[in-house]
Design a protein around this ligand. Structure first.
Ligand SMILES: Cc1cc2nc3c(=O)[nH]c(=O)nc-3n(C[C@H](O)[C@H](O)[C@H](O)COP(=O)(O)OP(=O)(O)OC[C@H]3O[C@@H](n4cnc5c(N)ncnc54)[C@H](O)[C@@H]3O)c2cc1C
Length: 419
């Protein structure tokens, strides 16, 4: 009741957003620019977690209006994108549209959410806002470029390629152009970061490519961690095929100088490179930080393990890489599982029913060359309201069979997220 009267007041008074918040400089005020059709769920971010949540709320109750905010017109998969660096896949082959979600009745706005107002239950978008009954926030990760001296100023001269897109293609081109005998440096940040095995898979793909195309070139991996943090034994075994790969643990890059083409580690060691791929330290997507959803460290969002509701703001759920506290990796499989479970709970909560504990599951494949992969599977259960791991299993080694399974996984999960 109070929401309705406030909305009516804002519409007639012209205070909806611009005058009240932006000091009168904003364009025409339009208030809630998509008047409600019924109970409404707004989803911020159409990646692995958000797109899944949007689809499954609609599947759970077609009567709920679902609005997805996602600035990108096409979905580009980070999983498999390391294969673009080795020339095994194209980025186009990892790119999908949002038509499937629209067919389910999800309303998609290719716009960015600029702020969240938890007490007013609304999301700001440009000159207006969207009211919600429940909000799902899934903005993925953002880079802490300020943690590496020189990185922010370097711009695209130092590539991360850790959000699949133009940087992935640019890094592949740099690798193609590197001189035979050149040095490629891959820098891995301290945890927590998106996809724990991802940098080590990337090392395999770059080393595989260099071995075939630039046999005298070398890959140096500078890892902030004291050891490989995922599938350790399997990667060590895979790297035996790559004498051109030099792994240096406990080497955190603290400075980059693209003019001198040089990185500096926390030991003060300097290393010249021909190509650098610096994966920066990470935190939750900026909108989550602005909305005060992150914890005291300013990095990640803590959530209820059953509903994925924020522990800080009621009515706001967070899924995917932005979350922390669950004993799960920041993976696409996990974001997809969280999206589905969260959607199920949101539908129940909107219907006035209690949440139903459901545990996620994780599987993660890593490619070690053009045809062979290996995998880890994690099983979880809910115990006393918390997600706990009950089992972790690894494939005994790398194999072409796992490669075929990885392809099947990708095809089926892309459909689950988007089709
Ligand atoms: C090289 C690489 C390889 C990987 N391999 C695997 C793998 O093999 N298997 C696996 O399971 N996982 C893998 N991952 C991890 C996986 O990509 C992530 O865990 C997954 O993308 C997380 O999903 P998410 O929804 O949290 O974030 P994302 O998928 O990044 O989606 C976030 C979305 O939010 C949008 N957004 C951000 N801010 C706003 C805003 N203010 N308003 C509106 N929209 C916004 C963004 O545009 C983006 O589309 C890999 C990652 C990388 C980098």
């Amino acid at each position: 009741m109070t929401v309705v009267s406030r909305r009516a007041f804002l519409r007639t008074s012209g205070l909806g957003l611009g005058l009240g918040v932006l000091g009168g400089c904003a364009p025409a005020v339009r208030g809630d620019f998509l008047p409600r059709r019924g109970p409404r769920v707004v989803v911020v971010g159409g990646g692995w977690g958000g797109a899944t949540a949007a689809k499954y709320v609609k599947l759970g109750d077609p009567g709920i209006e679902v609005i997805l905010l996602e600035p990108n017109r096409r979905f580009v998969s980070c999983p498999m994108s390391n294969l673009v660096l080795s020339g095994v896949r194209t980025l186009e082959s990892l790119t999908r549209g949002y038509g499937g979600l629209r067919a389910h009745g999800v309303r998609i706005l290719h716009r960015e959410a600029s702020a969240i107002e938890p007490d007013r239950k609304r999301v700001r978008v440009d000159e207006g806002y969207l009211e919600y009954d429940r909000l799902v926030v899934a903005p993925g990760i953002e880079f802490q470029t300020e943690q590496v001296e020189g990185l922010a100023a370097a711009g695209d001269r130092v590539l991360h390629a850790w959000k699949a897109g133009p940087q992935t293609v640019a890094l592949a081109r740099e690798l193609q152009a590197v001189r035979d005998g050149g040095v490629v440096v891959l820098s891995i940040p301290p945890p927590a970061f998106r996809c724990p095995p991802g940098p080590y898979e990337r090392a395999c793909q770059v080393a595989w490519y260099l071995k075939r195309q630039k046999p005298r070139a070398k890959l140096i991996v500078l890892d902030a961690s004291p050891n490989i943090i995922s599938k350790t034994g399997l990667f060590r075994a895979a790297w035996r095929a790559y004498p051109n790969l030099e792994y240096r643990p406990s080497n955190r890059v603290v400075r980059v100088d693209p003019d001198a083409r040089e990185v500096t580690t926390d030991f003060g060691d300097r290393l010249r490179y021909d190509v650098v791929n610096l994966i920066p330290p990470q935190r939750a997507g900026t909108i989550a930080v602005r909305a005060d959803l992150v914890g005291a460290d300013g990095r990640w969002c803590e959530v209820n393990h059953v509903t994925y509701e924020s522990v800080k703001h009621a009515g706001i759920h967070v899924v995917g890489d932005s979350t922390i506290g669950l004993p799960v990796p920041k993976s696409g499989t996990m974001a997809n599982a969280m999206g589905k479970i969260c959607a199920h709970q949101v539908v129940r909560l909107l219907a006035g029913r209690p949440p139903e504990p459901m545990a996620p599951v994780n599987v993660c494949y890593s490619w070690v060359n053009d045809v062979e992969a290996m995998a880890v599977i994690n099983a979880y259960r809910i115990q006393n309201g918390k997600v706990v791991q009950v089992e972790q299993k690894l494939t005994p080694g790398q194999s072409a069979a796992s490669g075929r399974n990885a392809l099947a996984w990708a095809r089926s999960i892309w459909d689950d997220v988007l089709a």
